[in-house]
Design a protein around this ligand. Structure first.
Ligand SMILES: CC(=O)[C@@H](O)[C@H](O)COP(=O)(O)O
Ligand SMILES: NCC(=O)COP(=O)(O)O
Length: 261
């Protein structure tokens, strides 16, 4: 049974981001591979949540995908979007269980930094109120910065998703010292969030190799992983890729779980 239903999770839940199935589908302008079918296979493989980022430029996930995901997928949906009236209007029509508000810049290759909540507090607060009013659990995709975490609490968000991109990139580059420094920064952010009563999730750039140290932190509730999981799926299949990520998460989280009072 899905731990979101049973309430019993062996460590962080896994949100599978299906954006890059749509990247491959859009490469030829056709309908294959179908991101919604991939989402179902991911759920069959054990995905706890399906995450997708409807970008303003629709470079991967498209509006029709969102409609079909909502109709066909039976696990909680985590709708990632920019803080714009267009996107909030779409979310109000789709009514996903979860929304993650992220920064967007057309020129970016991928999400670069975290959302600047402190610099636009009223705008984010209004978005949180609008989404909370329709029952969405709102998370804010931010850097592990005390200023941004405290602003997220002031904005009324119950949850933050800490951007793990700098840590993941350091792992990719084999820079252990930087990776450890980023882990310390993330851990400090988790402590600040916990002190403010915020749920902490994490994501961006995580791979099979870099996921364990995030999963082992003990206070991370959800990991949202896409690019590397989809890449791994090209070689082992989507269901097995999900099982592989779930296995490394459970293995890494076990000591923290047994250490809990
Ligand atoms: C917010 C986040 O980290 C993911 O949604 C990431 O943006 C994946 O999508 P892109 O590869 O389009 O950035
Ligand atoms: N919010 C992170 C996410 O959804 C997946 O990011 P990535 O693993 O595709 O970099």
């Amino acid at each position: 049974m899905n731990p979101l239903v049973s309430g019993v999770a062996p460590g962080p839940l896994l949100g599978v981001n299906i954006d890059h199935i749509a990247t491959l589908r859009n490469a030829r302008g056709g309908s294959f591979p179908d991101p919604v079918h991939a989402a179902q296979v991911a759920v069959d493989g054990g995905a706890d949540i399906i995450t997708f980022h409807l970008r303003e430029d629709r470079r991967h996930i498209r509006d029709a995908d969102v409609q079909r995901i909502k109709a066909d997928i039976r696990v909680p949906l985590n709708f990632e979007s920019a803080v714009t009236d267009e996107m909030l209007g779409i979310i109000e029509r789709i009514r996903p269980q979860m929304v993650c508000l992220v920064p967007e810049r057309r020129q970016e290759i991928t999400t670069e930094g975290g959302l600047d909540v402190a610099g636009q507090l009223e705008r984010v607060r209004n978005a949180c109120a609008r989404l909370g009013a329709i029952g969405c659990r709102v998370s804010l995709f931010i850097e592990a910065s005390p200023v941004q975490i405290e602003a997220s609490a002031r904005a009324g968000a119950p949850c933050v998703e800490l951007h793990t991109g700098a840590y993941a990139n350091a792992c990719e580059a084999g820079d252990d010292a930087l990776a450890q420094a980023e882990l310390r920064r993330l851990h400090a952010g988790i402590e600040v969030a916990r002190g403010l009563g915020l749920q902490t999730n994490a994501g961006h750039g995580l791979t099979l190799a870099s996921t364990p140290q995030i999963a082992a932190m003990g206070q991370v509730s959800e990991l949202h992983i896409g690019h590397a999981l989809v890449g791994h799926a090209l070689f082992v299949g989507m269901a097995q890729s999900v099982r592989d990520f779930k296995a490394v998460i459970a293995r890494a989280a076990a000591p923290a779980l047994t250490a809990r009072p």
